[in-house]
Design a binder for this molecule. Structure first.
Ligand SMILES: [Zn+2]
Length: 222
């Protein structure tokens, strides 16, 4: 949802509002700090959000009990863009809002592909290669899988991968996966791995690697 009352304050925000920057990919490639979540609303209007964890904590003060809420949320366009964020507040609703907005500020353009030798279809339904991620005690490995396998991972990675637009993977995790926050952040860290991995330009790729949204059909072969 685009906030009509948004007045951009940052350089990147101004470039987006003026139309100088038209896509999320362009915005991220400027390397300018992303400090206004409205930029993401503007450039990815179909973005979805999902709350995956709400922790309620209670502490005693002189005036009695005080509650606080820590929320973890995922945002994604189900087509190459994903973000995970956390928010904390005294009430649940503002904590959820903060978590979603922070997830937007953490948005990441991932790489997809068909890295499964058993498949080789060349479409963006899986990962181009195996990736690892870590957060706290949780370590995850996510591997390319052929079409039809689905998301053969735990419930939390399933949500993150669906929001990212990855349909078929195999994965496994080590550590305290009951700690939802770390589990989600470890998968998000693995997604960062798809973007960071240097692909050797001398390597002959048999299938293309897709960057970000397939709808805008950007693929790099190096
Ligand atoms: Zn395939």
């Amino acid at each position: 949802m685009i906030d009509e009352t948004w007045i951009p304050r940052t350089q990147l925000g101004k470039m987006v509002a003026s139309g100088e920057i038209k896509t999320m990919s362009e915005a991220l490639r400027t390397k300018l700090p992303l400090k206004e979540y409205q930029i993401v609303d503007y450039l990815l209007p179909g973005l979805k959000d999902e709350v995956i964890d709400i922790e309620r904590a209670q502490r005693m003060t002189d005036s009695g009990r005080r509650m606080s809420y820590s929320v973890t949320a995922v945002v994604g366009n189900e087509d190459g863009f994903i973000g995970v964020g956390r928010g904390k507040a005294k009430e649940a609703a503002p904590a959820i809002r903060k978590a979603i907005n922070n997830a937007k500020l953490n948005i990441l353009e991932i790489r997809r592909g068909c890295g499964s030798w058993e498949c080789g279809c060349g479409k963006a339904h899986s990962l181009p290669f195996m990736v690892h991620g870590k957060s706290g005690s949780v370590e995850v490995t996510v591997k390319p899988a052929p079409q039809g396998v689905g998301r053969a991972v735990g419930d939390i990675p399933k949500i993150v991968l669906r929001m990212a637009g990855i349909d078929d993977v195999w994965g496994f995790a080590l550590g305290h996966t009951k700690t939802t926050v770390n589990y989600a952040l470890a998968v998000f860290d693995a997604m960062k791995g798809t973007a960071k991995m240097k692909v050797n330009p001398a390597l002959k790729l048999t299938t293309p690697i897709y960057v970000g949204s397939v709808a805008s059909a950007s693929s790099d072969t190096n």
